[in-house]
Design a protein around this ligand. Structure first.
Ligand code: FES
Length: 119
């Protein structure tokens, strides 16, 4: 488990993006519950946001991908509208100890990123 942030770093009803050792993670707090997912849209495998920490729809009830507008349930990560309908954001295992959010990154996120700039 690795420390990600403090629980109070995420406001109620809001979302934040984190980069932990090169792994992009989103954290959402809704009704006191915390939800963590890999920041990767199932449609194209790219980050969900265009603007920092902008992960929610205008009503702040769903996670929204900025690229093609896919909408995901905060509680399950399931896509309920958009090109990846029925697919899921990948959850991140975590625990909270002494207000510290600790995450367990999956092996796929720990391996070196093969993407390299070509220009
Ligand atoms: S990349 Fe997210 S909806 Fe297309």
């Amino acid at each position: 488990m690795q420390p990600l942030c403090l629980i109070e770093d995420i406001d109620e009803g809001d979302a934040r993006g984190f980069n932990l050792n090169g792994s992009a993670i989103i954290a959402i707090k809704k009704q006191g519950e915390l939800y963590l997912y890999q920041n990767s849209c199932p449609h194209r495998g790219i980050n969900l946001e265009w603007q920092p920490d902008q992960f929610l729809d205008p009503d702040r009830q769903l996670i929204q991908c900025a690229s093609h507008g896919a909408l995901f349930l905060i509680e399950s990560g399931q896509c309920v509208q958009g090109p990846c309908f029925g697919e899921h954001l990948k959850p991140i295992k975590f625990s909270v100890q002494d207000k510290q959010v600790l995450v367990e990154l999956p092996d796929t996120l720990l391996s070196p990123n093969p993407q390299a700039g070509n220009d």
